[in-house]
Ligand binder design. Structure first.
Ligand code: ADE
Length: 261
């Protein structure tokens, strides 16, 4: 059975996973470092998306082409956009839109040219597992994070995430982005810089994809302050809890299943 790709946005997030990998093998592809091995008996390939849509698309393509992964799970941080989406909450993506795609008047704003669509959906089954794992991961980490980070909300949401090649760090910019998307019929819960690109690559290859983002900031004037603090204090441990909760839900390799019988 082929491996599950765990794609992390941040090196800090990936570190905890590498430390828990059994039979680790470091592989270089496309100028990137990947780690093959097992997590809780499930074959995985760990990769770093890097920042921005193109870099993330290259990483996703390498995972599929070079490692033949059977599914891609993405963890990272995002700026909260929707009402009631607070720092410390978690958003499991149902689908992605590219907020900086605009080929109008040739195509409607936000539509990906020649695809006839603006949204790339996440895999329903894998997303349901990731949602359950996120709830379990949040419950697991709740008491520890509350101490460390002063009363985080820690609600788990599911919905649309917007991606684009811009760190949104001004309240006015965030408001404009949100209202323009809303006018186009899209209401995002969060904004980040990679997910829609990975979703598009997985769509092209027919590989199931799911993504979870912890809210590190509100994409407002304080975004850069919240982001740095959040990444160093919380994000990596959060991602680790969620992935550890997800692993047992994934299908077991045949050899391990036979051994268990
Ligand atoms: N990732 C985390 N916070 C973000 C923000 N405010 N804008 C874009 N990507 C982000």
């Amino acid at each position: 059975m082929s491996a599950t790709a765990i794609l992390s946005a941040l090196a800090e997030e990936q570190q905890g996973l590498i430390e828990r990998l059994t039979h680790p093998v470091r592989v270089e592809r496309a100028g990137r470092e990947f780690w093959r091995g097992e997590l809780q008996g499930r074959p995985v390939v760990l990769g770093l998306s890097r920042l921005g849509k193109v870099a993330a698309a290259t990483t996703a393509t390498a995972l599929i082409e070079a490692f033949g992964v059977s599914r891609v799970v993405f963890t990272g941080v995002a700026g909260g956009m929707g009402h009631g989406v607070h720092v410390g909450d978690v958003v499991v993506a149902s689908e992605f839109v590219q907020h900086d795609m605009d080929a109008s008047p040739l195509f409607p704003r936000y539509q990906i040219p020649l695809y006839g669509r603006s949204l790339f959906p996440c895999d329903v089954t894998l997303t349901a597992m990731l949602l359950e794992a996120s709830k379990a991961g949040v419950a697991q980490g709740r008491s520890r994070f509350n101490q460390d980070f002063g009363g985080l909300g820690m609600a788990v949401h599911t919905g649309l995430i917007a991606s684009g090649d811009r760190f949104v760090s001004a309240t006015a910019e965030s408001r404009d982005l949100h209202s323009a998307l809303k006018a186009g019929g899209f209401v995002p819960l969060a904004v980040e810089m990679e997910g829609a690109a990975v979703a598009q690559v997985c769509f092209d290859y027919g590989v199931p994809f799911a993504a979870v983002r912890t809210i590190s900031d509100r994409a407002d004037d304080d975004a850069h302050l919240d982001f740095a603090r959040f990444v160093s204090d919380v994000a990596s441990r959060y991602a680790l809890e969620i992935i550890q909760a997800l692993m047992p839900m994934l299908p077991q390799p045949h050899s391990a299943r036979q051994t268990a019988l």
